[in-house]
Ligand binder design. Structure first.
Ligand code: SF4
Length: 443
């Protein structure tokens, strides 16, 4: 039996897919090249905006002919689009109505139920180890890249930002113990990992039971110190930060800990206090401004990326302009911009009106993109002529590419697949709008 997992969305989903792979391979499923070659397809979905869901629903037309070719094919969905766990006929998840080809859905926090679901749909030889799965966090991930690992420190969220579906799809926040994180990361490092990506919905609110209650550091700052102290850890990144919970203790680790990279992703969403209030973000633009200044005081050239939603419910021209102005003032060098789309079941869908026209959303999206592109290009110029280390993630079409510590996508000519997962010194030759061109440095 062969499986194929297609992952959409954020680092959290990629990390979840690695755990899912472990479960499937323990059940003796083998990795397939694509859908056509599979007996089992699992879509790990994102629901942050309507186009993300549309991409998944659009796959339906590919599945119909595949099912005719392979009557054994089973198709399941997990991730943020799912609200229940169960097989068609036993669950009322809305996705069964929207996608006639799917056989089952499961909430990722209930990954341990996947073997039972598959035994029912795909009778295969049982495997003792599969029944040993204790909980989502105890499933060891099958890493896609041994150098760069994604480690979930928590799942779920208690924040209820009014536009967001995550608290409903992933449930309340649950944190992993700090000792367990440390042990897992030590194991990864022994297997060759050196870039540690900590993922959670709001890493700053990380609160295991085994943190040091006498320390002045928050539990998340304590965790960062412990990971930095592990021999072999070279880069630490983390996602996602909530500005309301980001304290000085974490800010002050920049420039102090050897492995804190000069980059942070700090989601803003809007630069307008009134809009942030409707989004239920519980901070004002000044809090974000202050964080940026403090981070730059620690590391002057730090790269700061953010998330922006344009056209949120009731967003006026003046509110949109406040966001544009804040981006220019703070010179935010990268932003993931999305046009607001209503998500069923969220606070915004229940209590606010999605009243900004699509045309206006598109125009604001273009304006914001233009502003960020200019800032990004300016920021990139400083790297020209510098030598940087790229952690290579991909080699294709004659180019190797990956990120420098500042999280900038950098590519150089090479066909050498052996470079994947290696740190390669390069000299930056050209700064483009969204990436850097380089050549291999002679060492
Ligand atoms: S912090 Fe807000 S945006 Fe992030 S997952 Fe939680 S509810 Fe969603």
């Amino acid at each position: 039996m062969k499986y194929c997992i297609r992952t959409f969305g954020c680092q959290m989903n990629y990390s979840d897919s690695e755990r899912m792979t472990t479960v499937l391979e323990k059940m003796k499923y083998q990795k397939a090249e694509d859908f056509a070659d599979s007996d089992l397809v699992i879509l790990n979905t994102c629901s942050i905006k309507q186009p993300s869901e549309d991409r998944v629903i659009g796959l339906e037309k590919q599945f119909r002919p595949l099912r005719l070719q392979n009557p054994n094919l089973r198709i399941g969905i997990t991730g943020c689009m799912v609200r229940e766990t169960g097989i068609r006929g036993q669950s009322n998840d809305r996705l069964f109505k929207q996608m006639k080809s799917i056989d089952f859905v499961f909430q990722i926090k209930e990954l341990m139920k996947l073997p039972d679901i598959l035994h029912e749909l795909h009778p295969i030889e049982s495997d003792e180890e599969v029944s040993d799965l204790l909980s989502y966090f105890h499933i060891s991930p099958k890493l896609t890249n041994a150098t760069q690992v994604f480690c979930p420190i928590q799942r779920g969220c208690n924040n209820y930002c009014s536009f967001c579906i995550v608290p409903y799809s992933r449930g309340k926040e649950v944190c992993r113990e700090m000792s367990e994180m440390e042990e897992e990361i030590k194991k990864f490092v022994k297997r060759g990992a050196s870039e540690i990506n900590l993922v959670g919905q709001n890493v700053n609110s990380y609160k295991p039971t085994d943190f040091d209650k006498n320390s002045i550091d928050s539990p998340f700052a304590q965790l960062l110190r412990k990971i930095d102290a592990i021999e072999g850890v070279k880069r630490i990144r983390f996602y996602a930060v909530h500005p309301k919970d980001m304290g000085d203790d974490v800010v002050n680790l920049y420039g102090e800990l050897k492995s804190m990279v000069p980059h942070i992703h700090l989601p803003l969403q809007s630069g307008s206090a009134s809009c942030l209030k409707r989004m239920n973000r519980r901070y004002e633009p000044d809090k974000f401004r202050e964080l940026v200044h403090k981070l730059r005081a620690r590391v002057p050239h730090i790269s700061i990326s953010t998330d922006i939603i344009v056209g949120f419910c009731g967003e006026t021209e003046a509110e949109h302009q406040e966001t544009v102005d804040l981006m220019k003032e703070l010179k935010i060098d990268l932003a993931y911009i999305s046009k607001y789309s209503e998500r069923p079941g969220t606070l915004a869908q229940r209590s606010l009106k999605d009243d900004v026209s699509l045309e206006t959303k598109k125009r604001r999206f273009r304006e914001m993109t233009d502003v960020i592109r200019d800032i990004s290009n300016d920021y990139h110029q400083q790297f020209v002529g510098q030598t940087k280390e790229v952690l290579v993630e991909k080699v294709e079409k004659g180019y190797a590419s990956g990120k420098i510590p500042e999280f900038k996508l950098t590519r150089f000519e090479s066909d050498d697949k052996e470079l994947i997962g290696k740190y390669v010194p390069v000299t930056i030759t050209e700064a483009l709008d969204w990436c850097l061109e380089a050549k291999l440095s002679i060492s």
